[in-house]
Design a protein around this ligand. Structure first.
Ligand SMILES: C[S@@+](CC[C@H](N)C(=O)[O-])C[C@H]1O[C@@H](n2cnc3c(N)ncnc32)[C@H](O)[C@@H]1O
Ligand code: SF4
Length: 452
Protein backbone atom coordinates (compact mmCIF):
# COMPACT_ATOMS: atom_id res chain seq x y z
CA UNK A 1 0.00 0.00 0.00
CA UNK A 2 1.44 3.44 -0.88
CA UNK A 3 2.46 5.58 2.06
CA UNK A 4 0.24 8.45 3.07
CA UNK A 5 2.03 11.81 3.28
CA UNK A 6 0.69 12.27 6.80
CA UNK A 7 2.64 9.19 7.86
CA UNK A 8 5.84 10.71 6.49
CA UNK A 9 5.23 14.23 7.80
CA UNK A 10 4.49 13.14 11.37
CA UNK A 11 8.04 11.73 11.49
CA UNK A 12 9.82 14.88 10.36
CA UNK A 13 11.59 16.22 13.45
CA UNK A 14 11.45 19.84 14.55
CA UNK A 15 15.25 19.85 14.80
CA UNK A 16 17.83 19.92 12.05
CA UNK A 17 19.68 16.84 10.76
CA UNK A 18 23.01 16.40 8.94
CA UNK A 19 23.36 15.49 5.27
CA UNK A 20 25.89 12.78 6.20
CA UNK A 21 28.49 13.51 3.56
CA UNK A 22 30.84 12.22 6.28
CA UNK A 23 30.57 10.35 9.56
CA UNK A 24 31.24 11.85 12.03
CA UNK A 25 29.95 15.07 10.47
CA UNK A 26 32.29 18.08 10.19
CA UNK A 27 30.89 20.00 13.23
CA UNK A 28 32.21 17.09 15.34
CA UNK A 29 35.78 17.44 14.08
CA UNK A 30 38.27 18.78 16.61
CA UNK A 31 41.48 20.83 16.48
CA UNK A 32 43.63 18.02 17.92
CA UNK A 33 44.34 16.91 14.36
CA UNK A 34 47.42 18.94 13.60
CA UNK A 35 49.67 19.36 10.63
CA UNK A 36 52.03 16.71 12.01
CA UNK A 37 49.29 14.14 12.38
CA UNK A 38 48.09 14.79 8.83
CA UNK A 39 51.59 14.42 7.38
CA UNK A 40 52.16 11.18 9.29
CA UNK A 41 48.85 9.83 7.93
CA UNK A 42 49.89 10.86 4.41
CA UNK A 43 53.29 9.20 4.75
CA UNK A 44 51.68 5.94 5.82
CA UNK A 45 49.29 5.64 2.91
CA UNK A 46 49.50 2.37 1.01
CA UNK A 47 51.23 3.31 -2.24
CA UNK A 48 49.20 0.77 -4.21
CA UNK A 49 45.89 2.42 -3.36
CA UNK A 50 44.21 4.73 -5.86
CA UNK A 51 43.26 8.18 -4.70
CA UNK A 52 40.66 10.78 -5.51
CA UNK A 53 41.43 14.50 -5.55
CA UNK A 54 39.01 17.30 -4.70
CA UNK A 55 40.05 20.87 -5.52
CA UNK A 56 38.00 23.68 -4.03
CA UNK A 57 37.67 27.06 -5.75
CA UNK A 58 35.94 29.37 -3.26
CA UNK A 59 35.03 32.19 -5.67
CA UNK A 60 31.93 33.13 -7.62
CA UNK A 61 31.00 35.91 -10.02
CA UNK A 62 27.88 36.77 -8.05
CA UNK A 63 26.21 35.60 -4.85
CA UNK A 64 23.06 33.47 -4.92
CA UNK A 65 21.18 34.27 -1.73
CA UNK A 66 20.33 30.61 -1.07
CA UNK A 67 23.97 29.54 -1.22
CA UNK A 68 25.28 27.28 1.54
CA UNK A 69 28.71 26.67 -0.04
CA UNK A 70 32.12 27.97 1.08
CA UNK A 71 32.53 30.84 -1.38
CA UNK A 72 33.24 34.55 -1.86
CA UNK A 73 32.33 36.98 -4.60
CA UNK A 74 35.39 37.99 -6.62
CA UNK A 75 35.03 41.45 -8.13
CA UNK A 76 38.45 41.24 -9.77
CA UNK A 77 40.63 38.33 -10.87
CA UNK A 78 43.62 39.23 -8.62
CA UNK A 79 42.41 37.32 -5.50
CA UNK A 80 41.85 34.24 -7.65
CA UNK A 81 45.38 34.41 -9.02
CA UNK A 82 46.83 34.68 -5.56
CA UNK A 83 44.64 31.80 -4.33
CA UNK A 84 45.83 29.62 -7.22
CA UNK A 85 49.44 30.29 -6.19
CA UNK A 86 48.60 28.83 -2.80
CA UNK A 87 46.83 25.87 -4.38
CA UNK A 88 49.98 25.13 -6.37
CA UNK A 89 52.02 25.37 -3.17
CA UNK A 90 49.65 22.98 -1.40
CA UNK A 91 49.82 20.42 -4.25
CA UNK A 92 53.65 20.59 -4.21
CA UNK A 93 53.73 20.13 -0.40
CA UNK A 94 51.42 17.13 -0.69
CA UNK A 95 53.72 15.71 -3.37
CA UNK A 96 56.68 16.04 -0.96
CA UNK A 97 54.85 14.45 1.97
CA UNK A 98 53.41 11.57 -0.03
CA UNK A 99 56.83 10.39 -1.24
CA UNK A 100 55.21 8.17 -3.90
CA UNK A 101 53.43 9.30 -7.04
CA UNK A 102 49.94 7.99 -6.30
CA UNK A 103 47.53 6.81 -8.98
CA UNK A 104 44.56 9.15 -9.28
CA UNK A 105 41.23 7.75 -10.48
CA UNK A 106 39.02 10.78 -9.91
CA UNK A 107 39.53 14.56 -9.86
CA UNK A 108 36.73 16.93 -8.96
CA UNK A 109 36.87 20.72 -9.15
CA UNK A 110 34.14 22.08 -6.90
CA UNK A 111 33.22 25.35 -5.31
CA UNK A 112 32.20 28.03 -5.39
CA UNK A 113 32.54 28.21 -9.11
CA UNK A 114 35.66 26.52 -10.51
CA UNK A 115 34.69 27.63 -14.02
CA UNK A 116 35.64 31.15 -12.87
CA UNK A 117 39.28 30.09 -13.43
CA UNK A 118 40.96 31.36 -16.55
CA UNK A 119 42.69 28.90 -18.84
CA UNK A 120 46.18 29.83 -17.59
CA UNK A 121 45.37 29.07 -13.93
CA UNK A 122 43.52 25.82 -14.69
CA UNK A 123 46.42 24.78 -16.90
CA UNK A 124 48.92 25.42 -14.06
CA UNK A 125 46.81 23.47 -11.55
CA UNK A 126 46.50 20.48 -13.89
CA UNK A 127 50.20 20.61 -14.69
CA UNK A 128 51.05 20.60 -11.01
CA UNK A 129 48.69 17.66 -10.36
CA UNK A 130 50.37 15.76 -13.22
CA UNK A 131 53.79 16.51 -11.79
CA UNK A 132 52.92 15.20 -8.32
CA UNK A 133 50.41 12.44 -9.10
CA UNK A 134 49.86 9.85 -11.79
CA UNK A 135 46.52 10.57 -13.47
CA UNK A 136 45.13 7.22 -14.62
CA UNK A 137 44.05 6.90 -18.24
CA UNK A 138 40.39 6.31 -17.38
CA UNK A 139 40.37 8.96 -14.63
CA UNK A 140 37.04 10.76 -14.19
CA UNK A 141 37.76 14.49 -14.25
CA UNK A 142 34.83 16.71 -13.36
CA UNK A 143 34.13 20.40 -12.94
CA UNK A 144 31.20 22.36 -11.51
CA UNK A 145 30.09 25.07 -13.92
CA UNK A 146 28.01 28.22 -13.56
CA UNK A 147 26.53 28.62 -17.08
CA UNK A 148 25.77 32.33 -16.59
CA UNK A 149 29.42 33.32 -16.64
CA UNK A 150 31.06 30.50 -18.54
CA UNK A 151 33.77 31.60 -21.01
CA UNK A 152 33.90 29.07 -23.80
CA UNK A 153 37.65 29.33 -24.32
CA UNK A 154 38.09 27.39 -21.04
CA UNK A 155 36.81 24.33 -22.88
CA UNK A 156 40.11 24.06 -24.78
CA UNK A 157 41.91 23.43 -21.47
CA UNK A 158 39.15 21.09 -20.26
CA UNK A 159 39.59 19.05 -23.44
CA UNK A 160 43.37 19.14 -23.27
CA UNK A 161 43.39 17.65 -19.77
CA UNK A 162 40.64 15.11 -20.42
CA UNK A 163 37.77 16.56 -18.35
CA UNK A 164 34.90 14.18 -18.99
CA UNK A 165 32.15 15.27 -16.60
CA UNK A 166 30.46 18.60 -16.01
CA UNK A 167 28.02 19.59 -13.31
CA UNK A 168 25.80 22.57 -14.09
CA UNK A 169 24.01 24.66 -11.47
CA UNK A 170 20.41 25.53 -12.38
CA UNK A 171 18.14 25.23 -9.27
CA UNK A 172 14.86 26.60 -10.73
CA UNK A 173 13.81 28.47 -13.89
CA UNK A 174 11.00 30.41 -12.21
CA UNK A 175 11.47 34.18 -12.67
CA UNK A 176 10.09 34.86 -9.18
CA UNK A 177 12.43 32.37 -7.51
CA UNK A 178 15.37 33.61 -9.53
CA UNK A 179 14.70 37.27 -8.67
CA UNK A 180 14.26 36.52 -4.97
CA UNK A 181 17.47 34.47 -4.84
CA UNK A 182 19.57 36.75 -7.05
CA UNK A 183 20.24 34.08 -9.63
CA UNK A 184 18.87 35.05 -13.03
CA UNK A 185 19.55 32.23 -15.46
CA UNK A 186 17.45 31.57 -18.55
CA UNK A 187 16.63 28.17 -19.99
CA UNK A 188 18.28 29.37 -23.22
CA UNK A 189 21.62 30.01 -21.45
CA UNK A 190 21.45 26.58 -19.82
CA UNK A 191 20.52 24.78 -23.05
CA UNK A 192 23.32 26.49 -24.96
CA UNK A 193 25.93 25.46 -22.40
CA UNK A 194 24.73 21.83 -22.47
CA UNK A 195 24.97 21.86 -26.28
CA UNK A 196 28.38 23.48 -26.13
CA UNK A 197 29.81 20.72 -23.92
CA UNK A 198 28.23 17.97 -25.99
CA UNK A 199 29.68 19.49 -29.17
CA UNK A 200 33.05 19.50 -27.40
CA UNK A 201 32.93 15.85 -26.40
CA UNK A 202 32.10 16.40 -22.72
CA UNK A 203 28.84 14.55 -22.73
CA UNK A 204 28.54 13.30 -19.16
CA UNK A 205 26.39 16.07 -17.75
CA UNK A 206 24.86 16.54 -14.31
CA UNK A 207 22.33 19.24 -13.46
CA UNK A 208 21.71 20.58 -9.94
CA UNK A 209 18.18 21.57 -8.95
CA UNK A 210 16.75 22.66 -5.64
CA UNK A 211 13.36 22.22 -3.99
CA UNK A 212 12.05 24.11 -1.00
CA UNK A 213 12.97 27.59 -2.24
CA UNK A 214 10.48 30.36 -1.40
CA UNK A 215 8.16 31.34 -4.28
CA UNK A 216 8.29 27.88 -5.86
CA UNK A 217 4.83 26.93 -7.15
CA UNK A 218 3.61 23.62 -8.55
CA UNK A 219 3.12 25.23 -11.97
CA UNK A 220 6.57 26.87 -12.22
CA UNK A 221 8.42 23.96 -10.65
CA UNK A 222 6.72 21.51 -13.06
CA UNK A 223 7.82 23.78 -15.89
CA UNK A 224 11.44 23.64 -14.60
CA UNK A 225 11.32 19.83 -14.42
CA UNK A 226 9.96 19.53 -17.97
CA UNK A 227 12.63 21.85 -19.34
CA UNK A 228 15.40 19.96 -17.57
CA UNK A 229 14.29 16.61 -18.97
CA UNK A 230 14.35 18.01 -22.53
CA UNK A 231 18.10 18.58 -22.00
CA UNK A 232 18.56 14.87 -21.28
CA UNK A 233 21.19 15.22 -18.55
CA UNK A 234 22.84 11.96 -17.51
CA UNK A 235 22.33 12.80 -13.87
CA UNK A 236 20.16 15.15 -11.86
CA UNK A 237 20.77 16.14 -8.25
CA UNK A 238 17.83 17.69 -6.49
CA UNK A 239 18.79 19.18 -3.14
CA UNK A 240 16.37 20.29 -0.47
CA UNK A 241 17.09 23.96 0.26
CA UNK A 242 19.20 24.11 3.42
CA UNK A 243 18.40 27.33 5.27
CA UNK A 244 21.21 28.00 7.74
CA UNK A 245 21.18 31.82 8.17
CA UNK A 246 23.08 31.60 11.49
CA UNK A 247 26.02 30.33 9.42
CA UNK A 248 25.31 31.93 6.02
CA UNK A 249 24.11 35.46 6.84
CA UNK A 250 23.25 36.30 3.22
CA UNK A 251 20.43 33.73 3.34
CA UNK A 252 18.49 36.30 5.40
CA UNK A 253 18.12 38.23 2.12
CA UNK A 254 15.72 35.51 0.96
CA UNK A 255 13.19 36.71 3.54
CA UNK A 256 11.33 34.52 5.95
CA UNK A 257 8.57 33.11 3.75
CA UNK A 258 10.09 29.66 3.87
CA UNK A 259 8.18 26.62 2.73
CA UNK A 260 6.84 24.32 5.41
CA UNK A 261 7.55 20.59 5.51
CA UNK A 262 4.32 19.75 3.70
CA UNK A 263 5.25 21.95 0.73
CA UNK A 264 8.83 20.73 0.72
CA UNK A 265 7.60 17.15 0.57
CA UNK A 266 5.18 18.07 -2.24
CA UNK A 267 7.97 19.56 -4.41
CA UNK A 268 10.28 16.66 -3.68
CA UNK A 269 7.56 14.24 -4.77
CA UNK A 270 6.72 16.25 -7.86
CA UNK A 271 10.33 16.02 -9.01
CA UNK A 272 10.70 12.39 -8.07
CA UNK A 273 7.54 11.28 -9.95
CA UNK A 274 8.52 13.32 -12.96
CA UNK A 275 12.03 11.91 -13.26
CA UNK A 276 10.96 8.34 -12.54
CA UNK A 277 8.36 8.50 -15.29
CA UNK A 278 10.82 10.00 -17.76
CA UNK A 279 13.52 7.34 -17.93
CA UNK A 280 15.47 8.14 -14.77
CA UNK A 281 16.19 5.97 -11.79
CA UNK A 282 16.63 7.20 -8.22
CA UNK A 283 19.76 6.57 -6.19
CA UNK A 284 20.90 7.81 -2.82
CA UNK A 285 18.67 10.35 -1.10
CA UNK A 286 18.45 13.03 -3.77
CA UNK A 287 19.94 11.84 -7.08
CA UNK A 288 18.59 10.53 -10.36
CA UNK A 289 20.39 9.07 -13.36
CA UNK A 290 19.44 7.61 -16.72
CA UNK A 291 18.56 3.95 -16.34
CA UNK A 292 21.43 2.96 -18.63
CA UNK A 293 24.07 4.96 -16.72
CA UNK A 294 26.97 3.30 -14.96
CA UNK A 295 26.16 4.92 -11.60
CA UNK A 296 22.75 3.22 -11.53
CA UNK A 297 24.52 -0.06 -12.18
CA UNK A 298 27.02 0.71 -9.37
CA UNK A 299 24.14 1.50 -7.00
CA UNK A 300 22.58 -1.90 -7.82
CA UNK A 301 25.91 -3.61 -7.17
CA UNK A 302 26.25 -1.65 -3.90
CA UNK A 303 29.44 0.03 -5.05
CA UNK A 304 28.54 3.67 -4.44
CA UNK A 305 30.58 6.11 -2.40
CA UNK A 306 29.11 8.89 -0.30
CA UNK A 307 31.44 11.85 0.16
CA UNK A 308 31.59 15.62 0.23
CA UNK A 309 30.74 15.81 -3.49
CA UNK A 310 27.57 13.79 -2.96
CA UNK A 311 27.56 10.34 -4.56
CA UNK A 312 30.33 8.90 -6.66
CA UNK A 313 31.04 5.64 -8.44
CA UNK A 314 34.74 6.17 -7.91
CA UNK A 315 36.35 3.20 -6.21
CA UNK A 316 39.23 5.09 -4.53
CA UNK A 317 39.29 4.63 -0.76
CA UNK A 318 41.37 7.77 -0.17
CA UNK A 319 40.25 11.31 -0.87
CA UNK A 320 42.66 14.22 -0.69
CA UNK A 321 40.99 17.61 -0.40
CA UNK A 322 42.94 20.59 -1.72
CA UNK A 323 42.01 24.24 -1.26
CA UNK A 324 40.30 26.30 1.44
CA UNK A 325 37.72 24.33 3.51
CA UNK A 326 38.39 21.04 1.67
CA UNK A 327 38.15 17.81 3.63
CA UNK A 328 40.39 14.77 3.14
CA UNK A 329 39.28 11.24 3.95
CA UNK A 330 42.17 8.93 4.85
CA UNK A 331 42.12 5.43 6.38
CA UNK A 332 42.97 6.99 9.77
CA UNK A 333 40.40 9.78 9.71
CA UNK A 334 39.23 13.12 8.32
CA UNK A 335 41.29 16.30 7.97
CA UNK A 336 39.85 19.69 7.05
CA UNK A 337 41.71 22.66 5.61
CA UNK A 338 41.33 26.22 6.91
CA UNK A 339 38.07 27.55 5.47
CA UNK A 340 38.90 31.27 5.21
CA UNK A 341 40.87 32.17 2.09
CA UNK A 342 43.19 34.61 3.96
CA UNK A 343 44.11 32.05 6.61
CA UNK A 344 44.57 29.36 3.97
CA UNK A 345 46.94 31.58 1.96
CA UNK A 346 48.91 32.69 5.07
CA UNK A 347 49.54 29.10 6.12
CA UNK A 348 50.88 28.16 2.70
CA UNK A 349 53.07 31.28 2.59
CA UNK A 350 54.78 29.76 5.62
CA UNK A 351 55.06 26.46 3.71
CA UNK A 352 52.65 24.78 6.12
CA UNK A 353 49.81 22.50 5.05
CA UNK A 354 46.72 24.56 5.97
CA UNK A 355 45.08 22.25 8.51
CA UNK A 356 42.17 23.50 10.61
CA UNK A 357 40.72 20.41 12.28
CA UNK A 358 39.86 16.76 11.79
CA UNK A 359 38.86 13.51 13.37
CA UNK A 360 40.75 10.30 14.04
CA UNK A 361 38.50 7.26 13.60
CA UNK A 362 37.66 5.11 16.59
CA UNK A 363 36.39 1.54 16.15
CA UNK A 364 32.81 2.69 16.83
CA UNK A 365 32.99 5.34 14.10
CA UNK A 366 33.66 2.69 11.49
CA UNK A 367 30.70 0.59 12.64
CA UNK A 368 28.12 3.38 12.73
CA UNK A 369 29.70 5.06 9.69
CA UNK A 370 29.12 1.85 7.71
CA UNK A 371 25.45 1.70 8.73
CA UNK A 372 24.89 5.36 7.87
CA UNK A 373 26.66 5.04 4.52
CA UNK A 374 24.58 1.98 3.55
CA UNK A 375 21.35 3.76 4.43
CA UNK A 376 22.37 6.97 2.62
CA UNK A 377 23.41 5.03 -0.51
CA UNK A 378 21.01 2.10 -0.71
CA UNK A 379 18.22 2.85 1.81
CA UNK A 380 18.84 -0.48 3.48
CA UNK A 381 21.35 -2.16 5.73
CA UNK A 382 21.81 -5.73 6.91
CA UNK A 383 22.71 -5.20 10.57
CA UNK A 384 23.76 -8.81 10.92
CA UNK A 385 26.35 -8.35 8.18
CA UNK A 386 27.66 -5.20 9.86
CA UNK A 387 27.84 -6.99 13.22
CA UNK A 388 29.77 -9.87 11.62
CA UNK A 389 32.13 -7.55 9.75
CA UNK A 390 33.10 -5.76 12.99
CA UNK A 391 32.90 -8.89 15.17
CA UNK A 392 30.10 -7.52 17.34
CA UNK A 393 26.89 -8.98 18.63
CA UNK A 394 23.84 -7.83 16.69
CA UNK A 395 22.25 -6.90 20.04
CA UNK A 396 24.53 -3.85 20.02
CA UNK A 397 22.08 -2.25 17.57
CA UNK A 398 18.87 -3.14 19.40
CA UNK A 399 18.57 0.25 21.17
CA UNK A 400 18.87 2.01 17.79
CA UNK A 401 16.34 -0.29 16.16
CA UNK A 402 13.97 0.32 19.06
CA UNK A 403 14.15 4.06 18.41
CA UNK A 404 13.01 3.36 14.85
CA UNK A 405 9.73 1.76 15.99
CA UNK A 406 7.63 4.85 15.06
CA UNK A 407 9.05 4.60 11.53
CA UNK A 408 8.16 0.90 11.38
CA UNK A 409 4.65 1.56 12.77
CA UNK A 410 4.08 4.26 10.15
CA UNK A 411 5.06 1.85 7.37
CA UNK A 412 8.18 3.85 6.39
CA UNK A 413 10.71 1.22 7.48
CA UNK A 414 10.71 -2.57 7.41
CA UNK A 415 12.82 -4.60 9.81
CA UNK A 416 13.02 -8.21 8.77
CA UNK A 417 15.80 -10.79 9.06
CA UNK A 418 17.99 -8.17 10.77
CA UNK A 419 17.72 -5.95 7.68
CA UNK A 420 16.44 -2.40 7.88
CA UNK A 421 14.87 -1.21 4.61
CA UNK A 422 13.47 2.24 4.06
CA UNK A 423 10.52 2.39 1.63
CA UNK A 424 11.34 4.43 -1.51
CA UNK A 425 8.47 6.84 -0.72
CA UNK A 426 10.08 7.52 2.67
CA UNK A 427 13.35 8.65 1.04
CA UNK A 428 12.98 12.18 2.46
CA UNK A 429 13.28 10.60 5.93
CA UNK A 430 16.58 8.80 5.35
CA UNK A 431 18.71 11.47 7.07
CA UNK A 432 16.44 11.36 10.15
CA UNK A 433 16.71 7.58 10.24
CA UNK A 434 20.51 7.79 9.97
CA UNK A 435 20.64 10.21 12.89
CA UNK A 436 19.37 7.38 15.12
CA UNK A 437 22.72 5.63 14.52
CA UNK A 438 24.81 8.81 14.85
CA UNK A 439 26.69 8.54 18.16
CA UNK A 440 27.50 12.27 18.20
CA UNK A 441 24.08 13.59 17.25
CA UNK A 442 22.19 15.85 19.63
CA UNK A 443 18.89 17.34 18.48
CA UNK A 444 19.42 21.07 17.97
CA UNK A 445 17.40 23.51 15.94
CA UNK A 446 20.15 25.62 14.46
CA UNK A 447 22.99 23.31 13.56
CA UNK A 448 22.25 21.52 10.30
CA UNK A 449 19.53 21.95 7.68
CA UNK A 450 15.82 21.03 7.68
CA UNK A 451 14.82 17.48 8.53
CA UNK A 452 13.14 16.93 5.14
C1 LIG B 1 29.01 24.83 -5.95
S1 LIG B 1 27.39 24.97 -6.51
C2 LIG B 1 27.39 24.52 -8.24
C3 LIG B 1 28.29 25.27 -9.22
C4 LIG B 1 28.07 26.72 -9.43
N1 LIG B 1 28.61 27.45 -8.33
C5 LIG B 1 26.64 27.08 -9.65
O1 LIG B 1 25.97 27.44 -8.69
O2 LIG B 1 26.18 27.03 -10.79
C6 LIG B 1 26.82 23.46 -5.86
C7 LIG B 1 25.34 23.25 -5.70
O3 LIG B 1 25.01 23.27 -4.32
C8 LIG B 1 23.63 23.43 -4.19
N2 LIG B 1 23.38 24.34 -3.08
C9 LIG B 1 23.94 25.55 -2.85
N3 LIG B 1 23.43 26.09 -1.72
C10 LIG B 1 22.55 25.19 -1.22
C11 LIG B 1 21.69 25.17 -0.08
N4 LIG B 1 21.65 26.19 0.78
N5 LIG B 1 20.91 24.10 0.11
C12 LIG B 1 20.94 23.03 -0.73
N6 LIG B 1 21.71 23.00 -1.83
C13 LIG B 1 22.50 24.06 -2.08
C14 LIG B 1 23.12 24.01 -5.51
O4 LIG B 1 22.26 23.08 -6.13
C15 LIG B 1 24.39 24.23 -6.30
O5 LIG B 1 24.20 24.03 -7.67
S1 SF4 C 1 25.17 28.50 -5.82
FE1 SF4 C 1 27.06 28.38 -6.99
S2 SF4 C 1 27.20 30.37 -8.08
FE2 SF4 C 1 25.67 30.62 -6.50
S3 SF4 C 1 26.85 31.52 -4.83
FE3 SF4 C 1 26.75 29.30 -4.47
S4 SF4 C 1 28.58 28.48 -5.33
FE4 SF4 C 1 28.31 30.56 -6.16
Amino acid sequence: MPLDNRNILQLVPDYSVPRYTSYPTAPNFCDKISNNIYTSWLKNLDKDKEISLYIHIPFCNSLCYFCGCHTNVANTYAPIESYVNSLLREIALLGEELRNKFNVSHIHFGGGTPSILRGAELWMIMLSIKKNFNILENCEIAMEIDPRFYKKNLTTILNKYGFNRISIGVQDFSKDVQTLTNRIQSFKTTKKIVEHFRENKISNINIDLMYGLPKQTVRTFSDTLKKIVTLEPDRISIFGYGHVPWKKKHQKLIGDELLNNESRLKFYQLASHYFLSNGYEAFGIDHYAKKSSSIVQKAKEKKLQRNFQGYSEDSAEILIGIGASSISYLPKGYVQNIAQVDGYISSLKENKLPILRGHEFRAKDRIYGTIIKELMCYLSVDLNQVAEKFEKNINLFLPNVKKLQPFVDAGCVNFENHTLSIKPEARPLVRNICSVFDQYFKPEKNKYSFGI
